[in-house]
Design a protein around this ligand. Structure first.
Ligand SMILES: [Zn+2]
Length: 429
């Protein structure tokens, strides 16, 4: 069993999974045939292995972000094969509309004008701990460091450590879900100089579990109605079309990942932070910012999404504006990038305002890591470093997680709920 990387769900290709970039079909074929307990008659030729790999699995190598748009590939392929001229024309129009939408999105990412402040955010692919060159890594679950990066400025702005902020935390601290991401954006909004700004534009990839959800809307509404300077009038949240979602943080990730690949072995979260820190200002969960529970705080203030005046999931943009009623906002969801319906309405419950939302601080280090994953991590460390690692310097991160977990082992039943929640979050990694 190979361990595949994050699902492509956030990019809209729910089936495709990713193997580490260092692997190839050739390498996997060799590894397959070299398995010590494989019977001689089960060995296969390279051609057959390749055929099975390509036909029976939807697997890629490396990062989904370097992948090409599957809608474009599919449409171009159909156009090539179509013999009916009218049908061919229809497909060509469809492809053109698709590309125009992508262009309209990138125009918004690029736009610069006085009074507009743009932020783009994205999560880097999970950074594995420990990263070792041993072949066993391909079959093992590892612990993760998460990096959600926010770039301040349009896509034309140069990337420096002054405008790139990497929010980092480890898997044991908190799940990579909606509350974590909303709290990061909240912290950025609270800590940016917004002199003369009237419109904030937030760009994200549109992953429902992380940034395209009512929790993000609730956070923005809360900030606009109670903490934003008076001259900030509106927040626009913009999402790309699937397949064309390369935004400024992805440029930063490309640099980080290039440096990460150069190192054979990465042991401590700090080793990753050192690399990330050459391109960004690091902001650490717990010490620099807290996770706020917007999710549970919002239910008594904001109506359920299904009763809002627009269909949430079809929207590519959300416009949030200050309402005439002090301490509240009005909102509209838009399906197009350029035209506005401009029918902004409230989404709050009766006699409530978005400024009434008061999210509580969430205590971290509550995530229970699956025992099977910890077994894998222990095995990885022992394979590479021998049993001595348990007493050596530099392994504090692992020792602390493994010791916390053994004391938790007795509370198996009580932790069931957290495990379930984690599984839900993991679908959107
Ligand atoms: Zn495309």
């Amino acid at each position: 069993m190979f361990h595949v990387d994050e699902a492509h769900y956030c990019r809209g290709h729910s089936e495709r999974r990713y193997l580490p970039a260092e692997l190839s079909i050739n390498k996997m074929w060799k590894m397959y045939n070299k398995q010590p307990n494989l019977e001689a008659n089960l060995k296969v030729k390279k051609g057959l292995f390749r055929k099975i790999f390509n036909n029976n699995y939807n697997l890629g190598f490396g990062s989904p972000r370097t992948d090409v748009c599957s809608t474009c590939i599919l449409l171009l392929e159909k156009i090539k094969r179509e013999s009916d001229e009218a049908q061919k024309q229809r497909l060509m129009v469809e492809h053109r509309v698709h590309k125009l939408k992508a262009k309209a999105f990138f125009n918004l990412v690029r736009e610069e004008r006085p009074n507009l402040k743009t932020f783009s955010l994205d999560c880097e692919k999970n950074l594995p701990l420990p990263k070792t060159p041993d072949q066993i890594t391909y079959y093992s679950r590892q612990l993760y460091l998460y990096n959600c990066t926010i770039v301040e400025g349009s896509s034309k702005a140069p990337l420096t450590t002054q405008n790139v902020f990497a929010y980092c935390w480890t898997e044991d601290q908190y799940a990579k879900g909606a509350n974590a991401i909303a709290s990061i954006v909240y912290h950025r909004l609270m800590n940016t100089n917004l002199t003369d700004i009237s419109t904030i534009r937030l760009i994200a990839d549109g992953c429902p579990g992380q940034n395209k959800n009512s929790i993000m809307i609730a956070m923005c509404s809360k900030w606009l109605s109670s903490s934003a300077p008076d001259h900030v009038q509106r927040i626009e949240i913009v999402f790309p079309i699937v397949g064309h979602s390369f935004i400024p943080p992805d440029r930063v990730f490309a640099h980080v990942e290039k440096d990460v690949r150069k190192l054979e072995c990465i042991l401590r979260p700090e080793d990753y932070l050192e690399i990330i820190g050459t391109y960004s200002t690091i902001v650490r969960m717990g010490s620099d910012y807290e996770v706020l529970n917007f999710k549970s705080g919002m239910s008594s203030v904001i109506k359920d999404v299904c009763s809002w005046h627009f269909q949430f999931k079809h929207c590519k943009r959300f416009l949030i504006q200050r309402s005439k009623e002090i301490g509240n906002i009005v909102i509209q969801g838009e399906v197009h990038y350029t035209n506005n319906l401009d029918v902004l309405k409230k989404i709050t419950r009766k006699n409530k305002k978005t400024s009434d939302l008061n999210p509580e601080v969430i205590t971290q280090n509550i995530v229970r890591i699956k025992p099977a994953k910890l077994v894998d991590v222990k095995k990885l460390l022992t394979t590479h470093f021998g049993n001595e690692w348990e007493n050596e310097e530099g392994f504090d991160f692992y020792r602390s997680i493994l010791s916390q977990t053994s004391s938790l082992e007795e509370e198996e039943d009580a932790s069931q709920e957290v495990t379930c929640e984690l599984q839900v979050e993991e679908r959107c990694l």
